[in-house]
Ligand binder design. Structure first.
Ligand code: PLP
Length: 386
């Protein structure tokens, strides 16, 4: 039987029909008044979601392009940066900086643990000569399901001149983030996660300090050069051809966020996260992420002893139409990941848990059908009663 797939991976996420249909509008002149009007609306909406000031830089690109732009624009050859990494994406950010010839000092934690603000504070305090020019940080580590305490880390950075560069690819629009208020210098995001639109845009929010750094930085860049974008801000335009259908999608997505209200969006994600965690734990499965730092956008679940990640995912997909992600890097055989960000509802979580129970049971793992769903329902009922 052909069934609709329930896409429960941490991006690309389900794209609501309203956004898909917005994308099918006819092409317009990207240097004309219709694009300028869209530019203004999109920038206004993004400022709200990022809690940012000024215009943001919007590239046609995967999220990794945003990370590369975050490195290439703000440093000079040989600059030292502190790369705080707790998983695959923190490592990627660090590797990009290495490729660009920066001196990268990695501050790592065991996978499943979050970055420790005190460790970062101690390292910054030791840096009396102010050699550290930037801190690279992943807000939400998608590979481990850990949400780093971004606000606390931003606080401990206060008083040190290093720029704080944040990979918010799997957090922005789902987890609270206030770029200006928290003092984040660069926030990089991809379009295919909580923003609910297809892959293809990377967005960068910059603080005034970051703009200043971009003027002084000497690393080579052309396509990623934020200064080329800034020259076009006044014209409400972009230096190179923008991905117009992606912009249509982004405009529609930002309207949807405004209609739901950002606080309600955050609250929905908190609910989805809690339902997922309660459900899988009620099935006797354990979570990779440490308590207190578990992400509300993605949950990494350890497979039960004797189970193979690939087989479990296959049964979920082929028999129940539920698509979850595998583990990444060294976690490939240890965890599967449930994405619960973007246009996801509590009912999607209940369906996913029901499918998980059935899949585990059919693979011979002892689960009591209904336990996971019931636990998640209790969370939902509790929230509704408030
Ligand atoms: C935290 C984080 N950073 C960066 C990326 C890379 O994004 P992309 O695959 O669009 O390059 C991802 C993608 O999953 C991510 O989750």
């Amino acid at each position: 039987m052909q069934q609709n797939q329930l896409l429960m991976i941490p991006g690309p996420t389900y794209v609501p029909p309203r956004i898909l249909s917005a994308m099918s509008a006819p092409m317009i002149n990207h240097r004309g008044p219709e694009f300028q009007a869209m530019y203004r609306e999109v920038q206004e909406g993004l400022r709200t979601v990022f809690g940012a000031q000024g215009d943001l830089v919007i590239y046609p690109s995967a999220g990794t392009g945003g990370l590369e732009a975050a490195v290439a624009n703000f440093f000079s050859p040989g600059d030292r940066v502190l790369a705080v990494t707790v998983g695959v994406f923190g490592d990627r950010f660090a590797t990009i900086a290495e490729r660009f010839g920066l001196q990268v000092e990695r501050l790592t934690e065991e996978w499943g643990r979050a970055a420790d603000p005190d460790r970062i504070a101690r390292r910054l305090a030791e840096d009396r000569t102010r050699e550290i020019k930037g801190i690279l940080l992943t807000h939400n580590e998608t590979s481990t399901g850990v949400a780093n305490p971004l606000r606390e880390i931003a606080r401990v950075r206060e008083g040190h001149p290093a720029l704080l560069l944040v990979d918010a690819v799997s957090s922005l629009g789902a987890l609270e983030l206030k770029a200006q208020e928290w003092g984040l210098d660069v926030v990089a995001v991809g379009s295919q996660k909580a923003l609910m639109i297809p892959p293809g845009l990377a967005i960068l929010a910059l603080s005034p300090r970051a703009w200043q750094a971009a003027e002084e930085a000497r690393l080579p860049r052309f396509y990623w050069d934020v200064l080329a974008y800034r020259k076009n801000f006044e014209k409400q335009s972009t230096p190179y051809t923008p991905a117009v259908p992606q912009w249509y999608a982004l405009r529609e997505a930002l309207r949807m966020v405004a209609e739901e209200g950002l606080p309600a969006v955050y609250e929905r994600h908190a609910l989805l996260g809690e339902m997922t965690r309660s459900g899988v734990q009620a099935l006797g499965l354990s979570l990779l992420a440490e308590a207190g730092r578990r992400s509300d956008t993605v949950t990494a679940v350890r497979v039960p002893p004797g189970a193979a990640v690939g087989r479990l995912r296959q049964v979920l997909r082929e028999d129940y139409g539920v698509v979850v992600a595998g583990g990444q890097g060294k976690l490939a055989e240890e965890v599967f990941r449930i994405g619960h960000l973007g246009c996801i509802s509590p009912m999607d979580i209940l369906s996913t848990l029901a499918a998980l129970e059935l899949a585990l049971s059919s693979l011979g793992h002892p689960v009591h059908l209904g336990d996971g769903v019931a636990a998640a329902q209790k969370v939902l009922a509790g929230r509704k009663a408030r």
